[in-house]
Design a protein around this ligand. Structure first.
Ligand SMILES: Cc1cc2nc3c(=O)[nH]c(=O)nc-3n(C[C@H](O)[C@H](O)[C@H](O)COP(=O)(O)OP(=O)(O)OC[C@H]3O[C@@H](n4cnc5c(N)ncnc54)[C@H](O)[C@@H]3O)c2cc1C
Length: 518
């Protein structure tokens, strides 16, 4: 007999299989010797009351053994060297997953990536952190694996299509991720583990006969009579193909400008902007776990917080427990911050975006140019750089000082390696953004006691929460309405917001290409 149950499990026994079995036996009323096995299918932390438990949905096998059923989502490699060629621009999660799906469907992906392979990319990240020098072609957003490689690797998505999500998670596991990501309600890989997984995804694509070009920046599209025929690279090379998936991410400013110059329809899109907030992780643990010393089996705690201020959303974004605030600019004259954490989430700080909804009507010149939201975003990033003395030493202020409109005289210890500049963040942010954050912070402080204390630090600017441009596409064919064979994809086109949703959209575009080429 197989019983499906849900239990609240104490952290004290969560890692002890024998104790867990005894606990299950007590709960279902069957003696331990009759329980052959149990399998946790989904697990989350329930910290709503003082007694914190792991809430687990599980299958219990009574008087019988589990039968291994094959995972229906496994990748089936095949050689596609002589198949029809499809260009995939960008080797982020969308591009890599599009390439793998194209292979499954019998097409040859040619992935074109402006940045470097993960190993070489590491040196450019070191230069950003140590010397404050940003390579516009190789940084935290550009390079193999895209913005996903040196990200936190949170694989949580709002997508409700379990099959789609399971396919993506399976692909990560097949290429080296911990199988627990299938079980955990908030799966996470970690910056230290992602690069090896990206390398394995690359090897899979190459072994099947796909191609990946690095240091290859697309600077033009070859379009004739409304049909996309290929691309031109920065070194003058032209590459032809039967179809093109554009998966260049939300930081490819030059791609949006190119589309606009070529009069290919794009639209301004609402997004969110604000700051990164950093607290000691111990403080967040105390707030979330409601005790001084949480049980060591509990992971560093997470939070998600939102408030409407004067009809505008202010919310936490991409929270990284035990993480690092990272310098994520893609040009030499701007400051952009984001966050990541290693798999163990064992850094002493917790950081999160704290951002404000930016509506189209907030943006000057919105009716004149589809690039208005992009320019609005970029101006704030450039202003932050200038006010920081033309460096990437990011503008920062203690939370209580920010609320009281006082420049901080000293800044607390923090995780941002390039260094900080004490500034009034009101000088950096648009007025409605800083006002909304100022009003929201004390409310968040009531919900999470200590959240708005002077131990907390605000770092600017968190401006790349999603794309400020949408590249339109037909709902069914996924092609651009004006250019056949041209498939705008994932975050850069405005159809995804995170690793898993970008990967899902990459797969969807690959399937749409297959329909088109048939
Ligand atoms: C520090 C950080 C932490 C993050 N943490 C998380 C997280 O924990 N969980 C989560 O879900 N999301 C996270 N994200 C967001 C996530 O990484 C993105 O949503 C995701 O990578 C988007 O995938 P994509 O493939 O659409 O675009 P991208 O990952 O942005 O990839 C686009 C690729 O296109 C390439 N490209 C751009 N222009 C050109 C050109 N002209 N020619 C050739 N190539 C080009 C770029 O170099 C890049 O490699 C984080 C992002 C950052 C920066």
């Amino acid at each position: 007999m197989i019983k499906e149950i849900e239990l609240g499990i104490s952290p004290t026994i969560i890692n002890d299989a024998e104790a867990l079995k005894a606990f299950i036996s007590k709960n279902i009323g069957f003696p331990v010797h009759r329980i052959h096995a149990f399998e946790i299918k989904k697990q989350s932390i329930d910290a709503r009351s003082r007694i914190i438990v792991f809430r687990a949905k599980m299958l219990v096998y009574i008087d019988e053994d589990p039968i291994q059923t094959p995972n229906p989502h496994l990748f089936i490699p095949q050689k596609i060297n002589h198949a029809k060629r499809v260009l995939v621009i960008g080797a982020g999660p969308a591009g890599l997953f599009a390439a793998l799906r194209l292979i499954e469907l019998g097409y040859q992906p040619i992935v074109i990536e402006r940045g470097k392979e993960v190993q070489a990319r590491r040196r450019d990240l070191a230069a950003i952190n140590k010397n404050g020098i940003v390579n516009p072609e190789s940084n935290y957003c550009f390079g193999e694996g895209g913005a996903g490689t040196y990200s936190d690797g949170k694989l949580y998505t709002r997508s409700t299509k379990r099959g789609d999500v399971d396919r993506i998670l399976t692909r990560f596991i097949e290429h080296g991720a911990d199988p627990n990501i299938m079980v955990n309600a908030r799966p996470h890989i970690g910056t230290n583990k992602l690069p090896q997984i990206i390398v394995k995804l690359r090897e899979q694509i190459l072994n099947c006969g796909g191609e990946i070009l690095f240091d290859a920046k697309v600077i033009d599209f070859d379009i004739a009579f409304g049909l996309c025929k290929g691309v031109q690279l920065a070194d003058g090379t032209r590459i032809a193909a039967e179809a093109l998936i554009l998966a260049t991410g939300h930081s490819a400013k030059d791609i949006y400008e190119l589309l606009d110059r070529k009069k290919i329809k794009i639209e301004a899109k609402a997004f969110a902007m604000g700051l990164r907030i950093e607290h000691p992780q111990a403080l967040i643990d105390q707030i979330q776990y409601k005790c001084e010393l949480p049980h060591p089996n509990l992971p560093p705690s997470y939070y998600s917080i939102v408030e409407q201020i004067d009809g505008r959303g202010v919310f936490s974004f991409c929270m990284c427990p035990g993480g690092i605030v990272a310098p994520c600019a893609t040009a030499t004259d701007e400051i952009v911050v984001n966050g990541w954490s290693p798999s163990k989430r064992n850094n002493p700080f917790a950081n999160s975006g704290l951002v404000v909804q930016v509506n189209l009507e907030d943006i000057p010149g919105i009716t004149q140019s589809p690039l208005a939201a992009l320019h609005f975003q970029h101006k704030v990033e450039q202003l932050a750089f200038r006010l920081a003395g033309n460096t990437i030493k990011a503008p920062a202020q203690r939370v209580a000082d920010f609320i009281n409109r006082k420049v901080s005289t000293d800044l607390p210890k923090n995780s941002y390696i390039p260094g900080l500049t004490a500034l009034s963040l009101d000088e950096v942010l648009p007025g409605f953004v800083s006002d909304s954050i100022r009003k929201a912070l004390p409310i968040f402080g009531k919900k999470m006691k200590g959240y708005d204390s002077n131990e907390a630090l605000l770092i600017g600017v968190e401006s790349r929460t999603s794309s400020p441009v949408r590249i339109p596409r037909d709902k069914i064919t996924l092609q651009h309405p004006e250019v056949s064979g041209f498939f705008p994809c994932a975050e850069g086109a405005g159809y995804a917001g995170g690793i898993v949703s970008a990967a899902i959209d990459g797969e969807k575009c690959a399937e749409a290409v297959a329909q088109f080429l048939n």
